[in-house]
Design a binder for this molecule. Structure first.
Ligand SMILES: Nc1ncnc2c1ncn2[C@@H]1O[C@H](COP(=O)(O)OP(=O)(O)OP(=O)(O)O)[C@@H](O)[C@H]1O
Ligand SMILES: [Mg+2]
Length: 235
C-alpha cells in the first residue's frame, strides 16, 4: 500500500524560478525509498515540499489518500510525517533531553516512555542526556536529530543526508540505526550522497537530476545499472 505520494511536483523558492519540474515519488508502508542525484538536483527541495515548508506551484502530496499539499509543517507532522533536515537539525544550546522534548512539542500526552525508547535505540544519547547538543560529535548530533524526529512516532520519516560529514565507521552505524528504525514499521524517504549504500538498503530508488525524475527502480536494479553506476555512483 502506498503511504505517501508526491505527484507531478513543480516547486521553487520564488514564484519566477522553479527548481522541481513534475517530480513524482512514492513510498509504500514500512518501506525504504532512497533518492540520489548530483548536487543541486533538487533532492532537499523535494523533501521540503513534501513536509510543507515549500508550497508547490502544481502537483500534490498525499498521505494515505488524504491530500496534505496545502498543509504547513506543524500540521504535516501531526498527520504522521517527521523530517530531519540536512543542516541545523538540532538546537545546539539545548541538552539532548531538551532536544527530544522539543521534538514532542505538538504532543499533549505523556511522552516520557517515548524518550526512554529513543535512549534504548541510541544508548550513547541516554548516557549524555544532560549534555548540550552543540558539544556532541557529528554522529551523535545526527542521532539527536533522528531521535527528535522520532518523538512523534511518525509513519513516515524524511531523512536528508543522514550520513553527511561522518567518518566511514559512523556512516555504517547511522545506516544500521536507520534499518533498525525501519524495522519498527516506519516508512522512509532517504536522500543520500552516499548513493551506493543508500541504494543497498532501499526497496526502491529514485534518481533526480536538474529538478526532474531521471529513473526509478528497485535499489538492486539501480545498483546493477551500468549507466547509473557511471553517472551517479562514481563508476
Ligand atoms: N533557500 C533557497 N533559496 C533559493 N534557492 C535555493 C534554496 N535552497 C536551494 N536552492 C537552489 O535550489 C536548487 C536545488 O537545491 P537542493 O538543495 O534542493 O539540491 P540538492 O539535490 O539537495 O543538492 P545537495 O546534494 O547539494 O544537497 C539549487 O540550484 C539551489 O541553489
Ligand atoms: Mg540537499
Amino acid at each position: 500500500m502506498i503511504i505517501l505520494e508526491a505527484k507531478d511536483i513543480t516547486a521553487g523558492y520564488t514564484t519566477e524560478v522553479n527548481i522541481l519540474y513534475n517530480v513524482s515519488i512514492h513510498v509504500k508502508s514500512g518501506k525504504i525509498v532512497s533518492v540520489i542525484g548530483p548536487n543541486g538536483a533538487g533532492k532537499s527541495t523535494l523533501l521540503k515540499t513534501i513536509f510543507g515548508i515549500l508550497k508547490p506551484t502544481s502537483g500534490s502530496v498525499t498521505l494515505k489518500d488524504e491530500d496534505i499539499t496545502a498543509l504547513k509543517p506543524d500540521k504535516v507532522a501531526k498527520k504522521g510525517i517527521s523530517y530531519v533536515p540536512q543542516v541545523d537539525n538540532v538546537f545546539p544550546s539545548l541538552t539532548i533531553q531538551e532536544n527530544l522534548e522539543m521534538g514532542a512539542f505538538i504532543r499533549s500526552d505523556d511522552f516520557s516512555q517515548r524518550i526512554d525508547e529513543i535512549f534504548e535505540l541510541f544508548p550513547v544519547l541516554g548516557e549524555r542526556r544532560k549534555q548540550k547538543a552543540g558539544q556532541l560529535s557529528g554522529g551523535q548530533r545526527q542521532m539527536v536529530a533522528m531521535g527528535r524526529a522520532l518523538m512523534l512516532d511518525p509513519q513516515v520519516l524524511l531523512l536528508d543526508e543522514p550520513s553527511a560529514g561522518l567518518s566511514p565507521i559512523l556512516v555504517a552505524s547511522i545506516f544500521e540505526k536507520i534499518i533498525e528504525i525501519n524495522k519498527t514499521g516506519v516508512a522512509m524517504i532517504i536522500v543520500e550522497q552516499n548513493a551506493r549504500e543508500a541504494l543497498k538498503m532501499a526497496d526502491h530508488g529514485y534518481v533526480l537530476a536538474m529538478g526532474k525524475n531521471v529513473l526509478d527502480d528497485t535499489g538492486e536494479s539501480l545498483l546493477a545499472n551500468e549507466e547509473v553506476g557511471r553517472l551517479y555512483l562514481g563508476g
